[in-house]
Ligand binder design. Structure first.
Ligand SMILES: *Cc1c(COP(=O)(O)O)cnc(C)c1O
Length: 361
């Protein structure tokens, strides 16, 4: 730390993203990206003529993409916010709706960025433990004051709440924001979107990073009441009005047009998830019931850390969180069936007590 760093951040612990090795030597099942490429239309959306216009700033309102998303999801453009990944949506929401008197309320086991934003913005974190089986304590969430932040499905468990539970939390206190982070909703959970018209305290965060194969483009969006979105626009225009570059805006539109392609991929991934769950269960693993594009698994014979490093030595990257309650687990992103076969072979080798052989290509 330099002597110039503000005291405000002296004890800030930054978010640590999953490993992003820049060579191709791993089967990469560690950061919940799609194993499938963006659709053909998305890949041809950026023409040479568009590249030649990079001398010009993008539309700071992102109106074309907001109109496209609004029409696709049946809301008004004024109900849609665009951001540089859904992480930026979260950042804006913590900045806009939390303060010293209004903490953020979130589960002890959830997305690792929530406590980081709470610390960054100097707001309280009102942490509600998940139950023993990792299910949400909805009553406790209803009773806790502050902006409620829920990933649904939750990460890293993949477990989902029904819409009725979200509605109960919304109704428990209409005078606080409930932020539902739907990063993984397209893989089989219920969206809170139909609740939007009736609940002006609902904010839904979505991303192109998981189901739409565009983690590298950095595009997130949110749905909320007109007033909530206007507040977030005030924060956005006070931070970076050009938070979305021209190319990403174009990619975003093309991906909505190609929705059927992405919906098909989600189906394939959900089917692979179900067969992977069965296979891992037969290998002795215990799993949470995931509705996302990953599984959360522990094996009685191998500690989580050893499983992570044993797999890495065999060319397969998964995610391990060295945290209370979940240190025995690994989170495994659902890859293609071929990638999953490499995973099963590596696990079988570890279970046999084999020494790691040469890494898989
Ligand atoms: C991946 C993820 C995000 C962030 O996605 P980006 O749009 O890539 O910033 C947000 N929330 C959860 C729960 C995630 O897993």
């Amino acid at each position: 730390m330099s002597r110039f760093f503000s005291d405000r951040f002296a004890s800030l612990t930054a978010y640590v993203p999953g490993e992003q090795p820049q060579d191709q030597q791993y089967v990469k099942l560690n950061t919940n990206e799609s194993p499938y490429p963006p659709s053909p239309r998305t890949r041809s959306a950026v023409s040479d003529a568009e590249l030649a216009r990079l001398n010009l700033y993008p539309d700071p309102t992102g109106m074309r993409l907001r109109n496209t998303l609004a029409a696709h999801y049946g809301v008004k453009p004024t109900n849609v916010l665009l951001a540089n990944g859904s992480d930026e949506i979260l950042s804006f929401a913590f900045m806009a709706f939390c303060d010293a008197q209004t903490p953020a309320v979130f589960p002890d086991i959830s997305y690792g960025f929530y406590p980081v934003y709470a610390a960054l913005y100097g707001v309280g974190a009102n942490i509600i433990p998940l139950r023993e089986d990792f299910s949400m304590d909805v009553d406790a969430l209803c009773a806790a004051p502050g902006m409620c932040v829920l990933a649904n499905p939750n990460a890293p468990t993949g477990m989902a709440l029904p819409r009725a539970a979200i509605e109960r939390i919304l109704l428990s206190n209409p005078n606080r924001v409930v932020l539902v982070d739907e990063a993984y909703v397209d893989f089989g959970a219920e969206t809170a979107l139909p609740l939007l018209a009736e609940h002006d305290n609902l904010l839904i965060a979505r991303t192109y990073s998981k189901s739409r194969s565009m983690a590298g483009a950095r595009l997130g969006f949110a749905f909320g009441s007109e007033a909530l979105i206007a507040d977030l626009e005030t924060i956005r225009f006070s931070t970076n009005p050009y938070n979305l570059n021209r190319l990403t805006l174009l990619l975003g539109e093309a991906a909505v047009v190609d929705d059927a392609y992405y919906a098909q991929n989600c189906k394939r991934i959900a089917a692979t998830r179900e067969s992977a769950a069965a296979r891992l269960t037969s290998l002795g693993f215990t799993l949470t019931e995931s509705k996302a594009n990953f599984l959360f698994a522990r094996h009685p014979a191998i500690p989580g850390e050893a499983l992570y490093s044993g797999l890495k030595a065999r060319g397969v990257l998964v995610r391990h969180f060295n945290k209370p309650r979940i240190a025995e687990y690994v989170r495994i992103t659902i890859g293609t069936p071929e990638q999953m076969d490499v995973l099963y072979a590596a696990i079988e080798d570890i279970l046999k007590g084999g020494a790691p052989c040469a890494k898989q290509p």
